[in-house]
Design a protein around this ligand. Structure first.
Ligand code: HEM
Length: 411
């Protein structure tokens, strides 16, 4: 991979002063998006380096789709080991063809709608058990519902792990996301190495278990790919942890964002209650208006023209999908939250070969949680209008969403 170039030699008039990591982009991004969504592709200094940025719907869609010119591999620049989440193992999200094609093939079938639909009863059980534990007339959505539901669905229903083994993957994910706090060049801390070794050891046991009694689903599929030589044991760990880490937080965030948006817009909540067939459109509108993700990025493989902007080889290209959700060329009255608006293809799950493999799971879990929550609580009111956000710069994840809930409608 070519080193990131200097701004020298680029058209400085295309440079804009934007801050992709500003906290306000999570708490109140609309003022920025109103401006950005009108910009042609431009340069900005991001994380200290010159980068290209796209914010309009068609530019973002084109960049997501162009895996020939834009690479998903992370360049191994100085200090990169802080971002080596998968212990040097190849991973579906950060790879290009042919590696990406090989890895995606091992995961695709257990995540197809036909494989995911049968998980419905297990997901309903997880959700209703969590709702049963809500006492009194308040519920903090993230800790009492969204995060445990996402974790239990991903590790239990989807990956098929017994609850006693959850901690192996929860600990490794925590260690992975702590790598960014390491000083540059420090390498992996012993706690990360221990967590990886423990997951690797677990995979050995899974392979033996699957050899003796093969199962369907993600783990069974990965073990088969190991047996037929498609995947190494280390790659099995990397794909499992990618699914868990890549799926849990966005599902939880989507659930929290959905209940937040509905509580903030009681007239929309009333419309959904009156016309429950609008559930899928409601999930789309939440994804559009309050996306779990703000942006994604790639690296230019070669010099190329990005809709009129010269992008030199090696330059990072940021695709601000959340801004593109407000493109007035695509959406009428884009700054209104309206579950009855005409549905359009979303960019929130990406486009092209890296399109989110967990799309069907994410939607199924969110729909199940919303249906069960609305049925359980005929009244939902936002208890705390001030929302704080957490997560890495790419995420837009509420820390807490406090609701006042009532089990029967008071007259
Ligand atoms: C609301 C929930 C979710 C959102 C908004 C979301 C968003 C995305 C986006 C934008 C991409 C494309 C990234 C890129 O092109 O660089 C992606 C890819 C991916 N997602 Fe999701 N995701 C969600 C849920 C899930 C779930 C539940 C899983 C796991 C079951 C998952 C696993 C993955 C994986 C493995 C990839 C990489 C696919 C590839 O590179 O071929 N995601 N996701």
């Amino acid at each position: 991979m070519t080193a990131v170039p200097e701004l020298h030699g680029l058209d400085i008039s295309r440079l804009r002063d934007i801050d992709l990591f500003a906290p306000s982009l999570k708490s109140d991004p609309l003022p920025a998006f109103r401006e950005w969504v009108r910009y042609e592709p431009f340069y900005a200094i991001i994380a200290g380096a010159p980068a290209a940025v796209v914010t309009r719907y068609h530019d973002v869609a084109a960049a997501f789709s162009d895996h020939e010119k834009l690479s998903s591999e992370k360049p191994r620049l100085a200090g990169w080991e802080r971002l080596d989440y998968f212990n040097g193992e190849l991973n579906i999200a950060f790879s290009d063809p042919p590696v990406h094609t090989r890895l995606r093939k091992t995961l695709a079938s257990p995540l197809l709608p036909s494989a995911v639909r049968p998980l419905t009863a297990a997901i309903q059980h997880i959700v209703s058990s969590l709702l049963d534990r809500v006492e009194g007339d308040t519920m903090e959505v993230m800790s009492q519902l969204a995060l445990p539901a996402a974790r239990n669905v991903m590790l239990g229903a989807l990956l098929g792990l017994p609850e006693a083994d959850f901690d192996i993957f929860i600990t490794l994910t925590h260690e992975m996301f702590s790598l960014g706090d390491q000083p540059e060049g420090a390498g992996h801390p012993p706690s990360y190495e221990a967590a990886w070794a423990s997951a690797r050891h677990y995979i050995d046991a899974v392979i033996d278990r699957e050899q003796a009694a093969p199962t369907d689903g993600v783990i069974g599929q990965l073990a088969r790919a190991y047996r037929d030589g498609t995947l190494s044991r280390g790659e099995m760990v990397a794909q499992m942890i990618t699914l868990y880490a890549g799926g849990t937080s966005p599902i939880a965030t989507l659930i929290g964002s959905a209940l937040l948006m509905l509580a903030r817009h009681p007239e929309q909540l009333a419309l959904l209650r009156a016309e429950p067939h609008r559930m899928e459109a409601t999930i789309d509108e939440v994804l559009r208006y309050h996306s779990p993700g703000l942006f994604n990025f790639r690296f230019a493989r070669e010099d190329f023209d990005l809709n009129g902007l010269f992008v030199p080889a090696g330059m990072p290209v940021y695709m601000v999908g959340h801004a593109a959700n407000f493109d007035p060329d695509i959406y009428d009255d884009p700054f209104a939250f309206d579950i009855a608006r005409e549905r359009k293809p979303l960019l929130v799950f990406g486009r092209g070969i890296h399109f989110c493999i967990g799309f069907h799971v994410a939607r199924l879990v969110t729909r199940t949680v919303l249906e069960a929550t609305l049925e359980r609580f005929p009244q939902i009111v936002l208890a705390d209008a001030e929302i704080e956000y957490t997560g890495n710069p790419q995420e837009r994840a509420p820390v807490a969403v406090r609701l006042q809930v009532a089990r029967s409608i008071s007259v």
